[in-house]
Write a protein that binds this ligand. Structure first.
Ligand code: LMR
Length: 474
């Protein structure tokens, strides 16, 4: 951007780039990735001989063309511009939900690809700030406001972004899933070192793969991943994506800027203004992800992405089994509770699974999990006693294998073990004890999924086996 002072330009960070040209280069890769908020990894997919053509629009449409997908209607703008339809800079990123099919989107994308001017990428990447200035000048920013031009709307080019295409079906997408299985173990969806794979239920887009179909200008608004879990994103090409990111440590500053700009950090759709971030001393990484490049988004990194060419991306989450990732995920879980925002990672359920499955070698990790369990167990007992005291019968209904986590319908908090359930029309709605109490308990049945003795046994059975290279194994 043009108007950056010397001090501010130091806040524009070069992204760490790792080149993986051989199996040896994979050594310690997982550890290296934890030292930066976001990392660009080159040549990994070609070194692993991954066939990315399996993720081309043609192949995906041939496999399941009739599948319905979500699309977003967005205004096409240069990467560092975000203006409303009066030409004013805004953080609000308009992204209207619609739907289509994979085949129809693939056709739309092919037409855009054929008709795109050769220099479109350059236009989107370079003229940004000048264009923003000009648009602002022309549309009420610097020009004196008159009753005519305040109301005047500018016409922007609208594009469609095909988003969150679900590749979880192991039968339909077996070739694609087999290709992803070529990734190093720490990137695998199912692996002991990935905490998400200790949950036996599906969390779409987190422990399953999602696919994105893009034309130039398609924007993924700024966000942290659900519960600040790390993520992997591969650009299948042929075009490029432009990425922006800032470290977890700055999420509070970014959240405050969101408030100031009237967008919701958790649930809103927003595109940060670079100058405002730099003014607030937030370091920002900006880089280009080309076809075949993988991006590692480390735990809690706030990031936003725009396609500058036609391309597809695949993405999923991995939660490295370490203290940093788990503690950040727990903090996000608590923040979400305060914001009545659903945590897609049910931390209580996860902690009970980890306690059962993992032999901890790190004291820190062991203590962290135990802390969650102590709070979860004591809260369960308090709710149990409250139900008994209120003359409610506790109906035993053990959790079934692969059963999803339960969330309170009104406040979105994870409801673990003791569920207050109310029938509304033909639906059974789960409530937490607080929301159930508000509505009068008489309409609720109370289900219990685990016996207290069962939970106490898991708690008492937790294993800590420190090893000599404890710090590496954390
Ligand atoms: C995308 O490719 O646009 C998204 O998946 C970005 C992300 O958050 O991984």
């Amino acid at each position: 951007i043009d108007n950056v002072s010397k001090d501010q330009s130091q806040l524009l960070k070069p992204v760490p780039i790792l080149e993986i040209n051989s199996q040896e280069d994979l050594q310690f890769l997982a550890l290296k990735l934890q030292s930066a908020p976001i990392t660009l990894i080159k040549n990994l997919t070609s070194t692993l001989e991954m066939d990315l053509s399996l993720f081309s629009s043609e192949k995906i449409a041939e496999t399941a063309g009739a599948t319905k997908i979500e699309i977003r209607l967005q205004n096409c703008m240069p990467i560092d511009v975000n203006i409303d339809n009066h030409g004013k800079t805004t953080w609000n990123c308009e992204s209207v939900k619609k739907s289509t099919t994979i085949a129809k989107y693939a056709q739309y994308q092919a037409e855009i690809f054929q008709n795109s001017p050769k220099d479109e990428e350059e236009t989107l990447r370079k003229v940004g700030s000048k264009c923003a200035q000009q648009m602002a000048d022309d549309h009420g920013g610097k020009r004196k406001k008159t009753s005519e031009n305040v109301e005047k709307k500018i016409k922007m080019n609208t594009i469609k972004f095909g988003t969150n295409v679900d590749l979880s079906n192991e039968i339909i997408w077996k070739e694609q899933i087999r290709e992803i299985a070529k990734m190093p173990t720490f990137c695998q969806i199912t692996h002991d070192e990935n905490m998400l794979s200790h949950l036996d239920h599906t969390i779409f887009g987190m422990n399953t793969v999602q696919f994105y179909m893009k034309v130039p200008g398609s924007r993924t608004p700024a966000h942290q991943e659900n519960n600040s879990i790390a993520s992997i994103n591969i650009n299948v090409g042929p075009g490029n994506c432009e990425w922006f990111g800032c470290a977890y440590e700055y999420w509070g500053v970014v959240e405050a800027l969101c408030k100031k700009n009237c967008v919701n950090f958790l649930s809103g759709s927003w595109w940060p203004n670079m100058e405002e971030l730099l003014e607030a001393n937030v370091p920002v990484y900006q880089f280009t992800q080309k076809a075949g490049d993988m991006v590692w988004v480390d735990s809690g990194c706030v990031h936003w992405v725009q396609a500058t060419g036609c391309c597809n991306n695949i993405s999923w989450n991995v939660a490295p089994l370490n203290h940093t990732q788990l503690s950040i995920a727990i903090q996000s879980y608590e923040w979400n509770k305060l914001s009545e925002y659903r945590s897609l990672v049910p931390i209580q359920q996860l902690a009970w699974k980890l306690a059962k499955n993992v032999h901890f070698s790190s004291q820190e990790m062991y203590d962290l999990v135990r802390g969650v369990l102590i709070r979860s167990l004591s809260f369960s007992k308090i709710v149990y006693d409250f139900a008994v005291f209120s003359n409610k019968e506790l109906i035993q209904r053990p959790r079934e294998e692969k059963e999803g986590a339960h969330y309170c319908k009104p406040c979105q908090v994870e409801v673990f073990n003791i569920l207050f359930v109310k029938k509304v029309k033909s639906e059974y709605l789960v409530h937490c004890v607080y929301c159930a109490k508000k509505g009068g308990l008489s309409n609720f049945v109370v289900l219990q999924q685990y016996l207290m003795s069962e939970l106490a046994e898991i708690f008492d059975g937790m294993v800590l086996k420190p090893t000599l290279n404890n710090s590496l194994a954390q």
